[in-house]
Ligand binder design. Sequence first.
Ligand code: 4NP
Length: 145
Amino acid sequence: MQRILFVCLGNICRSPAAEAVFASRSRAAGLALATDSAGTIGWHVGEPPYGPMIAAAARRGYDLSALRARQVTLADLAAFDLVFAMDRSNLADLAALRPAAGTAELRLYLGQGEVPDPWYTRDFDAALDLIEEGADRLVARLGTT
Ligand code: 4NP
């Protein structure tokens, strides 16, 4: 089973949303995948996702309330097959963390694009639009491999 990790900065806005959206879309597509999310910083470890993101996701039918933030570890970069960063800064942090022998493939979630951080933009719906678009793309790609 492929293991997929979604990573952002705090693990309380974008990556937990990506985890939930992708889990929902991949289940609907009949794909059996293991998914998780983590943050590059440890400031919010143990916390649920940020309230405004929980609310925006709930309006679209995704329940983020049971998720808890954790920080990405070196072990993650061996345990997961694919690691998706929400923006280039997250990707650079992951690349710096990855040991030479790290096996995970590190990629930007949106290919060439980024999911702007709603912690700063305050636009949780814009982030969710991009996250849903990325999940659909990813499901389509994984469904054909
Ligand atoms: P996230 O958003 O990376 O999408 O979870 C952030 C959450 C918290 C902080 C920054 C970004 N923070 O600085 O605490």
